[in-house]
Design a binder for this molecule. Sequence first.
Ligand SMILES: *Cc1c(COP(=O)(O)O)cnc(C)c1O
Length: 334
Amino acid sequence: MAPSVECSAVVKADAYGCGLAAVAPALAQAGCRSFFVAHLEEGIAARACLPDADIYVLNGLAPGSGAMFAEHRLVPVLGSHEELAEWAALSESARPAALHVDTGMNRLGLRVPEAVALADDPLLTRAGIRLLMSHLVSAEKPDEPVNGRQIEAFAALREALPGIPASLANSSGIFLGAAAHHDMLRPGYALFGGNPTPYSAANPMRPVVRLDSPILQIREVEGGATAGYNGRWQAPSPRRLATLSIGYADGYPRSASQTGHALVDGVACPILGLISMDLIILDVTDVPGARRGAMATLIGDRLDVDTVGRAAGTIGYEILTGLGSRYVRSYTGG
Ligand SMILES: *Cc1c(COP(=O)(O)O)cnc(C)c1O
């Protein structure tokens, strides 16, 4: 989409649940030089596996944390005058920092006029600002007028503060066109296989995560029998059920009870009743090959993280970042 623009990697939340220690070095080996995390602690963890990369901390400089940033050579994304002043006072040698400017989110960052007013302020140099950034409100919905307003405001900001590299686009922003690209892209979700264009096109990204769980038991039930806590599901006719070794304690959302599904032998099998802490019940009546020890796929093949998120009344981002600590994780390649 933007072959001449630097592509960084957003690896906050343990690389979107995929495991920072495995993911970050693989991305570095693939040529990624700049990484973004949310918290100082995540930055310290990232530094441990990325000795040479630029590591930006999106949530900025907490009061008194400057020495930790310096010690681990982390780059704070400064979002207020207080943060700018604190960082500038601390770093006589103008250690690098990024400046977050709010173009519509009303979450973090200086307002555009506040940032523009810094044009002739020596504070910018003293704080070592080497990247301007802002974040898009609705990038996954290309028709939303707020995209154009933010792209315009950010372009005006760059003109007011010339000579500083800039970054605006998250995964979906990359697909809004060249006006959103600037000097550095900042994808997270798309790197992990999420669909950055959910409203307009088939997912251009290949899947990254696969989640399988073994069938522990198969049982036949009569019509009228119930399954799981509170008997929430009742069999409309004789059915064949499979119980999987996975539950909400693994981060599989309980809100997908009765609405989600898993694949067994490629067949979509509905989740029955309430998801338990450690178990999920599937209807495998239509899958003769379902048996003890066979695998059910909860993410993978035709079942992508966006679909799982929708079934749970949430987004694929939350499915990824919820991937549990109890899973056995195996990494391919990298
Ligand atoms: C999380 C985040 C990103 C990455 O967003 P995706 O939609 O996952 O690509 C980029 N920039 C900022 C400021 C973020 O908080």
